[in-house]
Design a protein. Structure first.
Length: 572
């Protein structure tokens, strides 16, 4: 029975905590909180919910992940990866359906951790991760075109292709003021790292300014610009958050939705998708962080913490959350080395939410669209995408299938079909590693193990009326079919004894046992005796349970080829 692995890093790091570390954690937490603010608002709106729900998610999930997580520096909150699936769930099931799906995902994540599936990331092929990440990035970019350019559209289609057709038909309605705000926002965010470095070089007065994220700088500048244009130039066409949403700075009370079996059953698939996506992203983020700070996270503890976060977030009106790589790296780069920094980041967001949230109503929607355009670009991983294009065809197929399904259909289908494709291709590769060959005249001692009992060279000669088949690799369904094909090609030959060498068979599955049983029964009907050679103890135990001792006779299951050849001579 497996033991529960739940060891939050917070409690171990507090043992030797000191004032110096608190100072660096405090600075890192403040900066990460400021970085998280525009992203939380943008992710909330893009997901189809109000902006405050994005911030509530960052506060609640960020706090829970830092207190209970298995990484010292992980920052939890809403991420771009969830935007598409959240939007789809809301469209189909409403916000209450999203709440239930998120709660279910939290339960699944806790089960992943309890069942020690923290190494789940190792079993997700890299082309699948890149495929759906790139697909999500393209989809996020596509959803932001309307706000980025200020298009006048009564309704934006949900389908990817139809969406672009509608955009092309609406290009004549571009609001050039909104488009200018959107394009300038992208430019500011993209160029801010270079500008801030230059300012830091010419004077130390801008050292703190350089730590601020480009997204926040863009929001401040574009909000001021929009207000000035409206006040002094009479420009009223730039849509703001306040034009679309009513902003609230009240944290809602805890509420648990009514659960019915029909609703739960219908949301199992999207809930599993949220859980798998959350597990992949959080463990990826923790692994990347480990490489930077020289630590090792507790993967199962991290999954349990992510489960707690996704139970707590929807109860307070939030959306799904996971570990955020960009915010985690910001935490590390600014000196954060314990979960205290993550707790401070949540506290900073809470203070901003309570006292400054009404100001968010003046932020232009085009500016937030620009923020998400940069997020989608950073998320696209186009370099990884093109590097995989140089890999074997099977990897390229999985990459493109996952990518296209994510873009054209949805993430749930993409992950399911991508995993199926990867499994099928893996099974094909495994089948190709197993080789079955026929030895007709003699056995070459140079190909044998060092402990091969040479004795006389006549022992290497295969007696007349004896066929030797050697299986090299796992004897499972793929190899079993290959073995049957070879046997079918040699059906015209009628030996008296068939020796099957299994010295290089590490394991056998039920299909292999079934094929081997059929071979033995068919051979017996034809008057041919089957002799097994070199069966390792593990395989022999499996064959014993399957009744091969009784079917062939114990004398016909030999430990070595010499013994098998001697037995064949007796039978011949």
């Amino acid at each position: 029975m497996t033991t529960l692995e739940f060891k939050p890093k917070l409690f171990s790091t507090l043992k030797n905590y000191n004032r110096k570390q608190f100072t660096t954690d405090l600075l890192a937490g403040i900066i990460v909180g400021i970085v998280a603010l525009p992203l939380a608002i943008a992710f909330g709106i893009a997901s189809g919910v109000t902006p405050e729900k994005g911030i509530i998610t960052a506060i609640v999930a960020g706090l829970v992940v830092s207190v209970f997580g298995g990484s010292k520096v992980q920052i939890g909150g809403p991420t771009g990866a969830f935007i598409i699936i959240i939007y789809g769930i809301i469209q189909q099931y409403g916000f209450e359906g999203l709440t239930i799906a998120t709660l279910m995902a939290g339960v699944f994540l806790i089960l992943f951790g309890i069942l020690h599936l923290g190494t789940i990331i190792k079993y997700i092929p890299y082309p699948i991760v890149v495929g759906f990440t790139s697909g999500i990035a393209l989809t996020i970019f596509t959803t932001q075109i309307k706000d980025l350019l200020g298009l006048t559209m009564s309704q934006v289609p949900s389908d990817f292709i139809e969406k672009w057709i509608a955009y092309v038909g609406s290009f004549s309605t571009i609001d050039w003021w909104s488009a200018g705000v959107g394009v300038l926002s992208v430019a500011v965010i993209a160029l801010w790292p270079k500008i801030s470095r230059y300012l830091s070089l010419i004077t130390h007065r801008f050292s703190l300014l350089s730590k601020l994220p480009g997204s926040l700088i863009a929001i401040i500048l574009m909000t001021i610009a929009a207000l000035l244009l409206k006040q002094y130039a009479g420009v009223t066409s730039i849509e703001t958050i306040g034009d679309r949403f009513s902003i609230s700075n009240q944290i809602p009370g805890a509420q648990v939705p009514l659960l019915t079996w029909e609703v739960v059953k219908g949301l199992v698939s999207p809930a599993i998708t949220i859980a798998i996506l959350g597990a992949i992203e959080s463990l990826l983020s923790a692994t990347v962080a480990d490489g930077v700070i020289g630590d090792r996270h507790h993967s199962n503890t991290e999954l349990i913490a992510q489960g707690f976060a996704n139970l707590a977030s929807p109860i307070f009106g939030g959306i799904p959350a996971t570990g955020a790589i960009a915010r985690t790296m910001t935490n590390i780069n600014n000196g954060g080395r314990t979960p205290v920094a993550g707790i401070i980041h949540a506290a900073v967001l809470l203070l901003i939410f309570l006292f400054l949230m009404p100001l968010a109503q003046y932020i232009p929607m085009a500016c937030l669209a620009g923020v998400l355009v940069i997020v989608s670009y950073n998320m696209s991983g186009w370099r990884s995408f093109f590097s995989i294009m140089k890999n074997p065809k099977s990897d390229i197929i999985v990459l493109w299938v996952t990518f296209l399904l994510t873009v054209i259909f949805d993430l749930t289908i993409a992950i399911e079909v991508g995993l199926i494709c990867a499994c099928l291709l893996f099974m094909r590769r495994m089948a190709e590693t197993t080789d079955v060959k026929v030895i007709s005249d003699e056995i070459d001692p140079a190909e044998e193990d060092s402990d091969f009992q040479l004795g006389n060279l006549e022992h290497l000669t295969i007696p007349e009326g004896v066929e030797v088949y050697e299986i090299n690799g796992p004897y499972f369904f793929g190899a079993g079919n290959k073995f049957e094909e070879i046997m079918g090609a040699l059906r015209h030959q009628r030996p008296k004894v068939r020796i099957i060498r299994m010295r290089k068979v590490p394991f056998v599955d039920s299909t292999g046992i079934h094929n081997l049983t059929n071979l033995c029964l068919m051979s017996q009907q034809e008057g041919i005796q089957v002799v097994l050679s070199g069966v390792n103890p593990t395989v022999q135990t499996v064959l014993h349970k399957a009744g091969f001792d009784a079917m062939l006779g114990e004398d016909n299951i030999c430990s070595h080829i010499n013994i098998a050849l001697d037995r064949a001579r007796q039978l011949v």
